[in-house]
Design a protein around this ligand. Structure first.
Ligand code: ADP
Ligand code: ZN
Length: 220
């Protein structure tokens, strides 16, 4: 099964995506994580896209589409994946649909929308702290989910840090861009695939109801 996570930056796509990935044994693919890794390693791709991430702007569709297609053809993706942060535009959604039709025609596909009010998003993102250990990647919040020891990951003990683009100015811009695309994107999935929308106020409750939906969906 292939699960597309839709939602504004800071809506919980990463957190919920990772939980589902563990529980359902599906690889978690985050275009944002792929891009940040390329930037850290100063690869050609990383150099090309750094300005977009610093700016809170979208990476051009052709670059994103090429990156995700290559990732989806890797071995570990055979039985499904959770896509976190892709697609973000209708052009990307169409490219993904075409990719599936050509490469994985029978694959079950479903979209989950995390619908969170903007004022709450801003609060979440400016307080967000992320584990610097890439294989862990646990996400905290200074106010709502602080680590037990300040700036230290509960799970693996690595230092925590704020993402470079998690400041109020960039978040506001990322939200604006999200809303410019989200109506069309969500309609695309409403018309083409199964779509499940939820306001994830409580993490455990949200995960539970998403899983119930997925179980039902799988049976169909
Ligand atoms: P968030 O959802 O909090 O914005 P991500 O880690 O998903 O964080 O993305 C970080 C940045 O990476 C985005 O602001 C954008 O510059 C770039 N990016 C990630 N995914 C895409 C995509 N599908 N299309 C265009 N740009 C993307
Ligand atoms: Zn950690």
């Amino acid at each position: 099964m292939y699960i597309v996570m839709l939602g504004a930056p800071g809506s919980g796509k990463g957190t919920i995506g990772k939980i589902l990935s563990n529980d359902l044994n599906l690889v978690h693919i985050s275009t944002g994580d792929i891009f940040r890794e390329q930037i850290n390693k100063s690869t050609d791709l990383g150099k090309k896209i750094k300005k977009y991430l610093d700016d809170g702007a979208l990476v051009p569709d052709d670059v994103v589409i090429e990156t995700i297609k290559a990732r989806l053809l890797e071995q570990d993706v055979e039985s499904g994946a959770i896509l976190d942060g892709f697609p973000r535009t209708v052009a990307q959604a169409e490219a993904l649909r075409d990719f599936f039709e050509n490469n994985k025609p029978g694959a079950k596909r479903v979209a989950i929308e995390l619908d969170v009010p903007d004022d709450e998003i801003i609060k979440r993102v400016v307080n967000r702290l992320i584990c610097t250990n890439k294989s862990c990647g646990a996400i905290y919040n200074k106010e709502t989910k602080p680590p037990k020891v300040e700036n230290v990951c509960d799970v693996c003990g690595s230092p925590l840090k704020r993402r470079a683009d998690d400041n109020k100015e960039t978040v506001t811009k990322r939200l604006k861009i999200y809303h410019e695309n989200s109506t069309d994107l969500i309609n695309f999935y409403r018309n083409n695939n199964a779509l499940y929308s939820i306001y994830p106020q409580n993490l455990d409750v949200a995960v539970k109801s998403i899983k119930e939906f997925l179980k039902e969906y799988k049976r169909k």
